[in-house]
Ligand binder design. Structure first.
Ligand code: BGP
Length: 474
């Protein structure tokens, strides 16, 4: 039995409500932005439509029908020996429109049942309050996170969740990959669907920082609410971590790579230190960005710092100095010749995981929790219903090796490992089912055709051994 990972290390897996539940109109659920996302593919981004039209396919409506299959699915996770299962609460099951004063009891009951099902097997539920979705009504009516009112509406949602589930759920996260949700140049930013028009790219960037600020305040407020309801709760932030390397040792490349990483991860500085980093305050000043950041907001940020840093890790990036210091993910990334990429072009870099864990530990001194990692790949099922996903096993083995080094040789404090999409589900970026991550195969295609039967992949048996040996037997 491996002694590198601490007792109670949280081995398990991760999913998100809208990517697997389906039942998009069941149990009193309201329409969420995820329900308006069409199917895309690796060359065509998903489209966020503004009404549900006939003739378009919306993968999240049905997803893998976890809403009805969850007892069977949790039993399979228990069979693998899961200690923890990460999912999210769909805001629209609790507040269908987002601005009601009373929650929807049927939605609350669904998560009671789900968490009880986990606890029955000794599986700790790990819960994200907001994972890439929100009531669509909040977009049309308020302009999504461009509106300060969202802070209070989110606080109401968070309060209901903490009060209802604090006896069942100890580990929480506020916003999934907050640094992707309000992304630079991202077309998926929810406020854009509300008809807000931007004069130019600076105007748009200013809005991105404003919306991010409201989310950061909402997160800090939720941390305070959760701790007031139950001081034993562990509430973390959640960041998409992709280390950004300089392509060469040219000093400008190095400086620019640092700035790029700071730009992606300043959210962590605010979550953990409770304040904006100097470079960003200077940037706002030099750009003449006039952000609505009040003294009271700054106090909330200071008093609502997180207990741990949860993060996803899939890949690393590389950059070259483009002649200015303003990093834009959509234009500034270059190919790293030293690493390979997945079928979807994600650069596979296990050493980057160790690098990232060291970077965060030195900077933030907080326990780390890997709540997403994995390989999205095309899987093939044989006639005998077997899935030989050795490529997935190899990906995870290499990443767990680096986790071990980070803990053992670098002294990183690691709480657990929850690989993404432990059961096949709808891809967030493309909406495809064929981009699979799971240990459990779901017989369903991109359009929802298939038997919905669940099958154990080779990685299922491998991961079971990994957990049983606490990471020794890779
Ligand atoms: C992260 C998201 C997940 C998820 C994962 C894999 O960014 O938090 O929701 O889906 O990436 O991405 P994809 O599904 O696009 O392959």
């Amino acid at each position: 039995m491996n002694k590198i990972f601490k007792d109670g290390f949280l081995w398990g897996g991760a999913v998100a409500a809208h990517q697997l539940e389906g039942g998009y109109q069941e149990g009193g659920k309201g329409l969420s932005i995820a329900d308006l996302m069409t199917l895309g593919d690796k060359d065509h981004p998903r489209e966020l439509t503004d009404t549900i039209e006939k003739g378009k396919y919306y993968p999240n409506h049905k997803a893998i029908d976890f809403y009805h299959h969850y007892p069977e699915d949790i039993a399979l996770m228990a069979e693998m020996g899961f200690k923890a299962f990460r999912t999210s609460i769909a805001w629209t099951r609790i507040f269908p429109n987002g601005d009601e004063t009373r929650p929807n009891e049927e939605g609350l009951k669904f998560y009671d049942n789900l968490f009880d099902e986990c606890l029955k097997y000794g599986i700790e539920p790990v819960v994200t309050l907001s994972h890439f979705e929100m009531p669509y009504h909040l977009v049309t009516e308020y302009g999504g996170w461009s509106n300060r009112k969202l802070i209070d509406l989110f606080a109401r949602f968070a309060t209901v969740c903490f009060e209802r589930y604090h006896d069942k759920v100890k580990y929480w996260m506020t916003f999934n990959e907050i640094n992707n949700q309000t992304n630079y140049d991202s077309d998926g930013s929810v406020y854009e669907n509300s008809g807000i028009k931007f004069k130019d790219s600076d105007d748009r960037e200013q809005m991105m920082y404003q919306a991010a600020h409201y989310e950061l305040v909402a997160s800090a407020q939720a941390v305070q609410i959760g701790h007031a309801i139950d001081p034993s709760l562990q509430i973390g932030c959640m960041l998409a971590v992709c280390p950004i390397y300089p392509l060469t040792s040219k000093p400008e490349d190095i400086l620019f790579a640092n700035r790029a990483m700071d730009t992606r991860l300043y959210f962590g500085d605010v979550h953990i230190n409770g304040e904006y980093p100097n470079w960003l305050t200077a940037y706002f000043k030099n750009k003449n960005y006039n952000l609505d950041i009040t003294d009271n907001d700054l106090t909330i940020l200071k008093n609502g710092t997180v207990d741990y840093v949860a993060f996803s890790y899939y890949m690393s990036f590389a950059v070259q100095y483009p002649g200015h210091m303003n990093y834009r993910e959509s234009t500034d990334l270059v190919k790293n010749p030293y690493v390979e990429a997945s079928d979807w072009g994600w650069q596979i870099d296990p050493v980057g995981l160790r690098y990232a864990m060291n970077w965060m530990t030195t900077r933030w001194h907080k326990p780390l929790f890997i709540v997403e990692n994995g390989l999205g790949a095309y899987d093939k099922m044989t006639k005998e219903h077997e899935i030989h996903d050795d490529y997935r096993i190899e990906y995870m083995r290499n990443h767990i090796e680096q986790m071990k080094k980070a803990v053992d040789e670098d002294g990183v404090d690691l709480m657990g490992y929850l690989p993404w999409g432990c059961i096949d589900l709808v891809s967030a970026s493309t909406g495809e089912m064929k981009k699979r991550y799971g240990f459990i195969y779901v017989d369903e295609d991109d359009y929802g055709n298939g038997s919905m039967q669940r099958y154990r992949k080779d990685s299922f048996y491998w991961y079971k051994k990994v957990i049983a040996s606490n990471g020794e037997d890779l």
